[in-house]
Design a protein. Structure first.
Length: 464
């Protein structure tokens, strides 16, 4: 209020974008007899004063922390009518001074068009919910008599946000699987293809919402949650297939069961009639669409349930010699063995498909993690470059203003910052250093992806 002076600076609390709004401005915007802008007035107020260290502390902080986004707005008294000033909350806009209205409009236009979203390091955007969490953490710390710690607050925020990110991503996966899957699926691979697409979207949603996921603790949780949900869908798919196939077989086998009940096959030549009737059931069953992954097992179970009946009909068929009966029994055993082998091959194929799905899941998690890590790394390097350029500018200003010692101190900081930047650009990527360890962590959740560990991981980081 009034002017920008030492007391105002001492009482200042800083945000990422520095906009100083001076209400009830009492000075003329002039310097050495020349008109100046509001921003020039702020720059002049932030100039260091020789020989007064304490007064310069706040000025130094503002100049160092806000390299680009320093803006100033001054506001005249909203009205010269003292009666209206006592009840400004009830004053209509047309009762306000014209200059004040223009100043307010300019201020609002700037904030709405140029104001940047509050961010943490690495470009992490502070949304409304995140800001609420930070504020609560600060207030709780103050109420308990401790000094608020930014690092602890961000850790608390990260834990809360990452927990929510896992839940939201897992919910998205489950909802999309329900929407896109029609149970039973014709094959396991059909289900796994939908799983892969839904998982990719879920991981992307998690990556967008999460931050500071130390050791990928929360990504591991998501990975485990999705894996369990996938297994549930696989089980439900099998159950749906079993029920559907059993219902269809029950309808198709009614003539066969009825014939057995009334003794239609307990006559000379009855074994041949029985085989024909059973073959018709199998043929009609094969024509049923979308039986699902348990079609073969359900059929095999039905055929096994007929073994005793078939043997009885065969042995009681007086039209057949003992030699023919022996040959027929042997043929039946051979056909049953072939069907068992076919089921074993199908199960082996499904196991391989499940393993391949885990490999794809592993690859997708690592690839999206690498992509996010590289983006964060670019943001850090960009921020360091911005800080470096700003410090160079401040150093030049200090020299011009005659603060040689402070300029030299700042020069040391600049050299250190340059060394760090050069070191990070030349040293091996941190991502590549913990890639193998992280792979081991993920494989604990996805054991089927083990073959990707080691040499296989190289395909995930060809550009690091």
């Amino acid at each position: 209020m009034g002017t920008i002076n030492h007391q105002a600076m001492e009482q200042l609390h800083c945000d990422p974008n520095f906009v100083w709004a001076v209400r009830d401005f009492t000075l003329e915007l002039k310097l050495d007899g020349h008109n100046i802008t509001e921003d020039e007035y702020l720059d002049y107020a932030l100039k260091l004063i020789p020989g007064i260290q304490n007064s310069n502390k706040s000025r130094e902080c503002i100049r160092y922390f806000f390299p680009v986004w320093k803006k100033c707005f001054v506001f005249d008294w909203p009205t010269s009518d003292k009666k209206l000033l006592c009840h400004t909350e009830n004053v209509t806009e047309n009762q306000l001074e014209w200059n004040f209205q223009v100043q307010t409009k300019n201020f609002c236009t700037y904030i709405f068009t140029m104001g940047k979203t509050k961010t943490l390091r690495e470009g992490i955007v502070v949304t409304g919910n995140r800001l609420g969490t930070l504020v609560k953490t600060y207030v709780d710390a103050i109420n308990s008599g401790t000094v608020p710690c930014m690092e602890n607050a961000v850790t608390t925020l990260a834990h809360r946000e990452n927990t929510a990110a896992v839940q939201k991503a897992a919910d998205h996966y489950g909802e999309q699987m329900v929407q896109r899957l029609g149970l039973p699926t014709d094959t396991l691979q059909e289900l796994l293809d939908v799983h892969t697409a839904c998982e990719r979207e879920a991981i992307a949603a998690f990556m967008e919402l999460s931050f500071k996921d130390e050791n990928q603790e929360f990504q591991k949780r998501l990975l485990g949650t999705i894996e369990r949900k996938k297994e549930d869908f696989v089980l439900k798919n099998e159950e749906a297939s079993i029920k559907y196939c059993q219902d269809e077989l029950k309808k198709l086998s009614e003539p066969l069961i009825e014939g057995i009940s009334r003794g239609a096959f307990s006559v000379p030549g009855g074994h041949s009639l029985y085989l024909e009737a059973k073959r018709k059931v199998e043929q009609d069953y094969q024509l049923v669409p979308r039986k699902g992954v348990k079609a073969g097992e359900v059929l095999q179970s039905f055929l096994k349930s007929q073994d005793t009946i078939q043997k009885s009909i065969l042995q009681s068929d007086k039209a057949l010699t003992e030699g023919v009966k022996a040959i027929a029994a042997k043929r039946t055993r051979k056909e049953a063995a072939e069907k068992e082998q076919e089921l074993l091959r199908q199960k082996q194929k499904e196991q391989e498909e499940m393993m391949e799905a885990q490999e794809r899941s592993f690859h997708e998690n690592m690839a999206q993690l690498q992509q996010k890590w590289e983006m964060e790394r670019k943001n850090i390097l960009k921020e360091q470059e911005r800080m470096l350029q700003h410090k160079l500018k401040v150093q030049e200003e200090l020299l011009i203003d005659g603060f040689k010692q402070k300029s030299e101190e700042l020069n040391k900081e600049i050299n250190q910052l340059q060394e760090i930047e050069i070191s990070k650009n030349k040293s091996p990527s941190i991502f590549s250093q913990f890639l193998d360890t992280l792979g081991t962590v993920f494989i604990a959740v996805l054991p089927g992806a083990g073959k990707l560990l080691g040499a296989g991981l190289k395909i995930l980081s060809p550009h690091i």
